[in-house]
Design a protein around this ligand. Structure first.
Ligand SMILES: *[C@@H]1O[C@H](CO)[C@@H](O)[C@H](O)[C@H]1NC(C)=O
Length: 387
């Protein structure tokens, strides 16, 4: 649609006639996204001015701007997806030293690449606080949020943005995010946005024990008996937390919240609210499985780094997120990653039995750069490390 076309404008004028308040809104909002080059100005409003897609949603658009229209094969056919009742495994972590739990975790990582955990020991209020803080951050005025944009942020470790890589994408994604790379408590205290920093930090730290336990189990499944310092660095040497905001979308059937991709992490932990919309590829039949929100649960998935280190035994699976026409959705993934300066490749313990390496050794920061240079493209990133 063309958002500068006369109908929208005249609707606004009519509304404006009804109330002076609305008039103010129209005057400040409309010029920002109108003009000769519609496409340039949507980008300017959403990306440069920092309004994000939340800013578009707040305008009360009745139709999706054309920049967000995805090619038909990337759109969601929810009628079809709802027909499959498969679900990813649900694992109770309360007795995590039970060999049955270890078996379930390793199985899930091999077959599904995704699972949910409950009874992980992290108090519910920690999860509720980070959700609330996410709503708090995205509820800030655009000028406030934009202080953390690529252009304005005082550090590369804090980044407010929208879509995935707007400069490389043919069609934009209906999502805003705040990305926080953890360096130290002091750095977080001085650079992360005050409205969410304590909540994000507490959430990240509360899951450290669970992350270690899961990695221990997964490494045991690969014949790695102990996580020494070198292993600890390549498995979990760096961490990033994202706060994602998916505002109500006027045409959810035409766009995506996040396009098909796999993560570049070792493991990703994801907290989602009760709305739903995350879909995971079932690698056995290539159908999409909906990840049913479970209160208090966390979604865990294998990332490319772990697929590479396990020489393909653990699967980093494609996933995507739909936009929603009736509710604002948030999610908060924690990406547990190798250190940027680590070289990753199939672990020696995995190749011990003479297995042929499927991947070569790559500098982790090169791998990540490759991922962020392009638009989301399913499982294509890992080609970069193919042997
Ligand atoms: C939008 O959210 C509602 C409420 O959670 C849900 O019932 C509906 O299926 C969602 N729509 C899509 C397209 O995901």
């Amino acid at each position: 649609m063309n958002i500068t076309n006369p109908p929208l404008f005249s609707i606004n004028i009519n509304r404006a006639k009804r109330s002076l308040n609305t008039l103010t809104v129209c005057i400040t909002m409309v010029p920002a996204i109108s003009g000769n080059s519609n496409s340039l100005n949507i980008l300017d409003f959403v990306v440069n001015k920092g309004h994000g897609v939340k800013g578009l949603a707040d305008l009360g658009l009745k139709t999706l701007p054309h920049q967000y229209i995805q090619p038909p094969q990337e759109r969601f056919d929810t009628s079809l997806e709802d027909a499959t009742h498969d679900s990813i495994p649900l694992i109770d972590m309360s007795r995590c030293d039970d060999p049955k739990v270890a078996e379930a975790v390793c199985n899930a990582a091999q077959k599904w690449g995704f699972f949910q955990i409950i009874n992980h020991g992290v108090p519910i209020h920690v999860l509720e606080n980070v959700k609330e803080a996410t709503h708090g951050f995205f509820g800030l005025p655009a000028e406030e949020k934009n202080k953390y944009s690529k252009e304005h942020s005082v550090t590369n470790n804090v980044r407010y943005g929208t879509s995935f890589t707007p400069e490389a994408e043919k069609a934009l994604e209906w999502k805003d995010y705040l990305s926080l790379f953890y360096v130290s408590d002091d750095e977080a205290a001085s650079c992360w946005p005050p409205i969410c920093r304590n909540e994000a930090l507490e959430y990240m730290k509360s899951f450290e024990i669970v992350v270690k336990k899961l990695l221990e189990i997964l490494m045991n499944g690969l014949n790695v008996k102990e996580i020494d310092q070198t292993k600890e660095s390549i498995l979990m040497g760096s961490k990033r937390i994202n706060l994602n905001y998916y505002p109500i979308c006027p045409n959810p059937e035409l766009t995506v919240g996040v396009g098909r991709h796999s993560d570049v992490s070792t493991l990703t932990l994801l907290l989602q609210d009760d709305i739903g919309g995350l879909y995971v590829r079932n690698t056995m039949n290539m159908k999409w499985i909906h990840v049913r929100p479970i209160s208090g649960a966390l979604v865990i998935n294998v990332g490319d780094a772990l697929q590479i280190m396990s020489n393909g035994k653990y699967k980093s699976v494609e996933h995507r997120v739909s936009a929603n026409g009736s509710r604002n959705r948030i999610s908060a993934p924690i990406f547990v990653n190798p250190k940027a300066s680590d070289i990753i490749g199939p672990l020696p313990e995995v190749l011990q039995s003479g297995e042929k390496p499927l991947y070569k050794h790559v500098l982790y920061s090169d791998y990540v750069k490759h991922f962020f240079r392009k638009a989301h493209d399913g499982k294509a990133t890992i080609e970069f490390a193919k042997a």
